[in-house]
Write a protein that binds this ligand. Structure first.
Ligand code: AP5
Length: 214
């Protein structure tokens, strides 16, 4: 299974990608997660990427493409992958088309997930992550038992720098301007399957699996 999830920040791409990766036995490739790890590790790539991420802007294509291609070439992607957060621009999409063609690979589908803007802002602004073990929470949809404390390990919960409301709204604008045009790019290739992301996590997963079975 080679699947791409496309949709605005906060729509649930990461949440669904993790569930789908488990269901299909393939790795979840999230460029956002890889970049955040680079930032935590204090690498040169992480230092450069952080400047863009904290502003809600996209990291330049050349940095992303080299990073993504080396991830794509890891052994675990042989049976397939669920890619989330990449590509984000038309040049990235065209480069991804070429990467796949050079390897003789083809996507099975591009699933686009949509939800109303205010719901997206609420989901992103409500997200919290454990600093110690990385367990995810949401103050509106999946609150911890004790505010600010991880149920799993007792570690402190924190908010991603780019999940503050002003930055969340900026990321939504960047998505409309730079990433939404990719839907037409993949529609022209016949890959697009649309799913309503405003449903519960379980209902969105069922909808994705239904459109993939078509
Ligand atoms: P990235 O990490 O990719 O962020 P994003 O696309 O903005 O996506 P999010 O993680 O915010 O949302 P999501 O759709 O994955 O939703 P999630 O499942 O987490 O990118 C971050 C930054 O890195 C970018 O701004 C950019 O700077 C840089 N970057 C990354 N890739 C790049 C690229 N290719 N090119 C250039 N720059 C790049 O869910 C969100 C919240 O909602 C969670 O709390 C979750 O629990 C909750 N939730 C999910 N589904 C539901 C549901 N159905 N009902 C209720 N709550 C839900």
């Amino acid at each position: 299974m080679r699947l791409m999830l496309l949709g605005p920040p906060g729509v649930g791409k990461g949440t669904q990608a993790k569930l789908l990766a488990k269901a299909y036995g393939v790795p979840h490739i999230s460029t956002g997660d890889i970049l955040r790890q680079e930032v935590r590790d204090g690498t040169e790539l992480g230092r450069q990427a952080k400047e863009y991420m904290v502003r809600g802007a996209l990291v330049p294509d050349d940095l992303i493409l080299a990073m993504f291609e080396s991830r794509l070439d890891r052994e675990d992607t042989r049976p397939g992958f669920i890619v989330d957060g990449f590509p984000r621009t038309i040049p990235q999409a065209e480069a991804f088309d070429r990467m796949l063609a050079r390897r003789g690979l083809k996507l099975d589908a591009v699933v686009t997930i949509e939800a109303p803007l205010e719901e997206l802002v609420r989901r992103s602004a409500g997200r919290r992550v454990c600093r110690q073990c990385g367990a995810p929470y949401n103050v509106y949809y999946q609150p911890p038992k004790v505010e600010g404390v991880c149920d799993v390990c007792g570690g402190p919960l924190h908010q991603r720098d780019d999940d503050r409301e002003e930055t969340v709204r900026r990321r939504q604008e960047v998505y409309r301007a730079e990433t939404a045009p990719l839907i037409a790019h993949y529609e022209a290739q016949g890959f697009v399957r649309r799913v309503d992301g405003s449903q519960s996590v379980e209902a969105v997963l069922a909808s994705v699996q239904k459109v993939l079975a078509r």
